[in-house]
Design a protein around this ligand. Structure first.
Ligand code: MSP
Length: 525
C-alpha cells in the first residue's frame, strides 16, 4: 500500500496557488502509483484550530465553527474543481480526530512524556508559539515572520522533546530515505544542534485560546495547534480507532505496511514541525523507526522572486486560473515548471508557452496525425501495415527509452523530468512524420501499406503517451481514450504498455482536438 498525505491547509484564509501545487503534486503521485500497480491511499484535509482562526472569526463577527465551515468549503471545492482525488479527508474539528488526540495525550502522560510547568518566555502572537534562540535570525533578532513578540509567564504542559534528541539525530543520520530531497536533512540537523535541550509546549490556557482540543486531564487547557494538526496523519488513518467509526484500517495503511507513509510538505514546515516534533512524537508513542514516515519536501512558488503574500497583494488564485485556461492547463503547469524540492517563479507567460508548445503544438500535432490522418487516409481503420523500416524501429526504441526515463523520474517524484521524457518521444514522432511524409506517400495507392505502418506508429504512440500522461491530465486521457475508441485505456497500468496494444483492423473514433491553443485577447488600445 502506498499511503501518502499532504500538509493540511490552514482554514484562516483562501487557498492560493501554493496550496494547489501541493495537492496537485500529491494527486499526480497517487495516480502514478496506481499506474505502477500499487494500491494508493491519499489523505489530505484542513487544519481548523488555533489562534489565527479564532481571531479572524472574531473580526468577521462569526463563531470559529461557522468560520471554518465556510473556509473549509473553499478548499474542498477547489480540490474538486482541480480533479484532486483524495481517499481520506481530514478535518481537525472532527470528533474522531479529537478523540485520537486526547487518547494520545493521555497515553503520553502515562508514559511520563509530559509535564506541567510555569515558564516566563518570549511569545510570537502571530505564530502562536513560544520563541527560543533557535528562532532568531542571523542578526540575532526575531524576524518579521514572527510579528509582535511579547513576554508571557504561563503554566503549561510540555512534551519531553529533548529526551529524544539523541535518538532523532541518530535516526536522521542513519535513515537515508527519511527526508527527500536529501539536501534538506542538514536543516533539521542544524536546528537540533542549535537547541538540543528544548521541550515543546503543547498546551494553551483557555483564558487565551478556546478554539482547540481540550486536554483530557486538565480542562483549563486546549492543545497547541501543531500538536493537534500533526496527529491528523494517524487519526484519519485509523490509529486507536474502533472499526465502527468507518476510518481506514491502521494496520493496512501504516502499522503493518512494509512501505513508509509519505508526507508531502512545503519547505517552510520541515523545521521544526515535521522534521523534529513529529518523528519525536511518534517515537515517544512507541512507533518503531521503520514506521516513521518519509518527508517529501517541496519548494515554493514565488512571484518574481518574492513570497506570495496578502500584504504585497501578489496572491495567485487557482480558481481564476482554472476558469481562464482550463483545469488541465493549470495542473500541467504546476508540476511541469518546478523541480520537486526546489522553488520556482510563477509566470503566466510560461504557463501559456508550455501549454502551447508542449501540448497544443507537439502532442496536439501527434494526436491530429494519429486520428485525423487515419480517418482521412485509411477510413479510420488502423493496420499494422507492411515490413518495418529502421525509422519505425527507431521510433519504437524512442518510446521504450522515454518510458524508462519517465518511470525513473516519476519514481523519484520528479514530475517535470517525467513529462520531459514523454515530450522527447512526442518530438521524435513529429520528426518521424516530417521525414516520412505520409501525406505525400498517400497520393500513390501503391504506398497503402507504408502509410498504414506510419499511421499505426502515430496511433500506438498516442495510446502510450495518453496512459503515461494520465496522472497529470486525467480528463484529456479520457477524451483520447474515447477518440481512440479504446475505453480500457483509462484503466491501463505501466505493465500493459507493450508495443502492439491496438489490434490490426482497430477502428478509431471521431477525432476532436483536445489541446486548443491558448490565445490571449489583445489588450484594447
Ligand atoms: N496547517 C499547516 C500544516 C499542518 S500539517 C500537519 C500549514 N498550513 S498552510 O496552509 O500554511 O500551508 C499548507 C501547505 O502549503 C504547506 O505544505 C506549505 O508549505 C504549502 N505552501 C504554502 N505556500 C506555498 C507556496 N507559495 N508554494 C508552495 N507551497 C506552499 O502550514
Amino acid at each position: 500500500m502506498f499511503f501518502l498525505t499532504t500538509a493540511i491547509d490552514y482554514t484562516n484564509g483562501s487557498p492560493h496557488i501554493g496550496h494547489a501545487y501541493e495537492k496537485v503534486l500529491a494527486d499526480v503521485i497517487a495516480r502514478y502509483r496506481r499506474l505502477r500497480g500499487d494500491d494508493a491511499y491519499f489523505l489530505t484535509g484542513v487544519d481548523q484550530h488555533g489562534q489565527k482562526v479564532q481571531q479572524t472569526a472574531e473580526k468577521e463577527g462569526v463563531s470559529p465553527a461557522e468560520f471554518v465551515e465556510r473556509t473549509t468549503k473553499k478548499f474542498s471545492a477547489l480540490w474538486e474543481k482541480l480533479g484532486v482525488q483524495y481517499d481520506g479527508w481530514a478535518e481537525t474539528t472532527n470528533d474522531l480526530h479529537k478523540d485520537c488526540v486526547r487518547k494520545i495525550l493521555t497515553d503520553l502522560k502515562e508514559k511520563g512524556q509530559l509535564y506541567k510547568k510555569a515558564k516566563k518566555d518570549l511569545y510570537s502572537v502571530r505564530q502562536e508559539q513560544f520563541l527560543t534562540d533557535r528562532d532568531r535570525n542571523e542578526q540575532g533578532e526575531f524576524g518579521p515572520e514572527w510579528g509582535e513578540v511579547v513576554e508571557i509567564e504561563e503554566e503549561n504542559w510540555y512534551f519531553k522533546l529533548s529526551a529524544h534528541a539523541d535518538w532523532l539525530k541518530n535516526f536522521i543520520e542513519t535513515t537515508p530515505d527519511f527526508i527527500e530531497p536529501a539536501f534538506r536533512k542538514s536543516e533539521v540537523l542544524n536546528a537540533l544542534e542549535r537547541s538540543p535541550g528544548l521541550d515543546l509546549c503543547i498546551s494553551r490556557p483557555k483564558s487565551r485560546l478556546r478554539w482547540g482540543i481540550e486536554f483530557p486531564f486538565d480542562p483549563d487547557y486546549v492543545t497547541y495547534v501543531w500538536f493537534d494538526a500533526l496527529i491528523n496523519y494517524i487519526s484519519f488513518a485509523g490509529y486507536l480507532a474502533d472499526p465502527s467509526t468507518g476510518l481506514p484500517n491502521f494496520d493496512q495503511l501504516w502499522a503493518k505496511n512494509d512501505r513508509r507513509p509519505v508526507h508531502i510538505i512545503g519547505k517552510d514546515i520541515l523545521v521544526p514541525a515535521h522534521g523534529i516534533y513529529w518523528p519525536t512524537m511518534l517515537h515517544a508513542m512507541g512507533f518503531a523507526d521503520d514506521k516513521i514516515p518519509q518527508l517529501l519536501v517541496h519548494g515554493w512558488w514565488n512571484i518574481r522572486g518574492e513570497k506570495m503574500s496578502k500584504s504585497i497583494g501578489n496572491i495567485v488564485d487557482p480558481n481564476e486560473l482554472a476558469d481562464k485556461f482550463g483545469v488541465e492547463a493549470v495542473r500541467y503547469y504546476l508540476v511541469r515548471d518546478i523541480v520537486t524540492g526546489k522553488d520556482s517563479d510563477f509566470d503566466l507567460d510560461r504557463l501559456i508557452m508550455l501549454f502551447n508548445t508542449e501540448l497544443a503544438n507537439e502532442l496536439g500535432n501527434l494526436c491530429n496525425r494519429a486520428l485525423n490522418m487515419s480517418q482521412r487516409f485509411t477510413g479510420g481503420i488502423l493496420h499494422h501495415g507492411g515490413p518495418l523500416q529502421d525509422e519505425d524501429l527507431a521510433l519504437q526504441k524512442s518510446l521504450v527509452d522515454s518510458i524508462a526515463a519517465y518511470q525513473a523520474a516519476m519514481d523519484d517524484y520528479d514530475i517535470s523530468k517525467g513529462l520531459e521524457a514523454l515530450n522527447r518521444h512526442v518530438v521524435h514522432c513529429n520528426g518521424y512524420a516530417e521525414r516520412q511524409k505520409p501525406w505525400e506517400l498517400n497520393k500513390n495507392p501503391e504506398n497503402k501499406d507504408r502509410v498504414s505502418t506510419i499511421l499505426y506508429h502515430f496511433a500506438e504512440s498516442v495510446v502510450h503517451i495518453a496512459v503515461l500522461i494520465s496522472p497529470v491530465l486525467p480528463e484529456i486521457t479520457a477524451k483520447l481514450a474515447e477518440q481512440l475508441n479504446l475505453p480500457g485505456l483509462t484503466g491501463f497500468q505501466l505493465d500493459d504498455l507493450k508495443w502492439g496494444i491496438l489490434p490490426d483492423g482497430h477502428e478509431i473514433g471521431k477525432p476532436k482536438p483536445v489541446f486548443p491553443r491558448i490565445v490571449l485577447e489583445e489588450p484594447k488600445a
